[in-house]
Design a protein around this ligand. Structure first.
Ligand code: S3P
Length: 429
């Protein structure tokens, strides 16, 4: 589907409640299924990716009721999951794929994990190799690197695993396997990555120890059903934070946004770039939440790299767009993981933004953006990647001309209501 956007002198005003956090929504279904008893989830993201997770767990015999404003999971525990009669289809979701493999690794049945064309290109050996080392039988294209992946789980032994890269999906997969191993599994992260899995273990009555970047998890823990409140997704809010900061005369309030310190790199970047951002923190819950008020201002270029990267990895496409409007050259380094996301995001950001007039170049592990550059209309593509699609829609606000976006429907992976939210806060003048 080609979607055409045309905003002349837009000003963004008003308030938005962005949809639930994608990472937390996935985990709420997984922990709900692995716990005993009923789990009720509010604020769940009904985007394609999280719906894929629901479908996979239903295929393993878990009853999950979808109501208007809540999801109810009738948990069965690890032992209660059943051999699926058909393949487990993860759609476009890397999180479902990798975390599910960690769960399946300890289950004494056969299953096959498949996904869409994008999933079929995403590296899985980072997960399948350590799971094999723990005792799971796994095979897949190129020795377990790509889907379809078939797995027969079984008795797992704990390992001490030094993660070769900073990835919360990898960490979580090994945590799920560790929960089923006999004894204590140790995981060492090179950089701290999002800790929603660890927080959820505690929320469901389990325990996991952290000393600096070293995590220890005991196998054989039992979880009890809970109520989970999913906060708004900071990765979705990021599109409106960027739009509010860059579109002149704008003033936007984003309510109930999750501001977990392992996810808040976008806030640091906005502040360093000179954005006018006010943070109203709410009372601390299982996950910290805040209201964010953004007003437009002149932005300046910054350098982004090192340990902040995992805290803003999904926000780099929209940060790159923001940098096109900042004074000076912004450099993004240590972000090679972007090459193996839903699409090669270094290539996609650079090529698609160039079509709209950006002065941007790819580097080995990131990009360089020279600003400020006036953007113009044109025809671009999401390349089937939700975050590229939404970034290009925000770019259209800065062009004053028509922007046609191919494969715009990809945005339903994480933000099905994105367009209606954008239209609500945009006054064409
Ligand atoms: C996620 C972790 C990140 C992120 C992805 C969601 C998660 O991936 O990019 O969108 O829910 O754990 P990596 O762990 O592969 O970096």
């Amino acid at each position: 589907m080609i979607h055409s956007l045309f905003f002349q002198n837009p000003v963004l005003k008003g308030s938005i409640k962005v949809p639930g956090d994608k990472s937390i929504s996935h985990r709420s279904i997984m922990f709900g299924a692995l716990a005993h008893g009923k789990t009720t989830v509010t604020g769940f993201l009904k985007g394609d990716d999280c719906l894929s997770t629901i479908k996979c767990f239903r295929s393993m015999g878990v009853q999950i009721d979808e109501k208007d404003d809540e999801i109810v999971i009738h948990g069965v525990g690890f032992q209660g999951l059943e051999e699926p009669k058909d393949v487990l289809d993860v759609g476009n979701s890397g999180t479902t794929t990798r975390l599910l493999l960690g769960i399946l690794a300890g289950l004494p049945f056969h299953s096959v994990v498949i996904g869409d064309d994008s999933i079929a290109t995403r590296p899985m050996r980072r997960v399948t190799d350590p799971l094999k080392q723990m005792g799971a039988n796994i095979d897949g294209r190129e020795n377990g690197q790509y889907t379809p992946i078939s797995i027969r789980g079984g008795k797992l032994s704990p390992i001490e695993f030094v993660m070769p890269l900073a990835s919360a999906q990898l960490k979580s997969a090994i945590i799920f396997a560790g929960l089923q191993a006999e004894g204590a599994t140790t995981i060492i992260e090179p950089e701290k990555t999002r800790d929603h899995t660890e927080r959820m273990i505690k929320h469901f009555g389990g325990s996991i120890k952290r000393e600096h970047n070293r995590l220890t998890i005991e196998g054989g823990q039992q979880f009890k059903g809970q109520t989970v409140q999913v906060p708004g997704d900071i990765s979705s809010a990021a599109f409106f934070l960027a739009a509010g900061a860059a579109v002149k005369g704008s003033e936007l309030m984003l309510t109930d946004v999750g501001v977990n310190p392992t996810r808040d790199g976008m806030i640091d970047v906005l502040i360093k770039m000179g954005a006018d951002l006010t943070i109203h923190t709410e009372e601390e819950k299982a996950e910290p939440v805040a209201n964010l008020l953004i007003k437009s201002s002149q932005l300046k270029a910054i350098d982004i790299g090192g340990s902040i990267i995992p805290k803003l990895i999904d926000e780099i496409p929209i940060i790159a767009l923001l940098a096109t409007q900042a004074n000076g050259t912004t450099t993004i380094r240590n972000a090679e993981e972007l090459k193996v996301k839903e699409t090669n995001r270094i290539d996609a950001v650079v090529q698609e933004l160039k079509k709209l007039g950006a002065d941007i170049e790819a580097t080995e592990d990131g990009m360089k953006i020279h600003g400020p550059a006036p953007l113009h209309g044109g025809r671009v593509s999401s390349r089937g990647d939700h975050r590229i699609g939404m970034m290009l829609a925000v770019a259209s606000l800065l062009t004053g001309e028509e922007v046609q976006i191919e494969n715009f429907e990809a945005i339903s992976v994480s933000y099905p209501d994105f367009l209606s939210h954008l239209e609500t806060i945009t006054n064409n003048q």
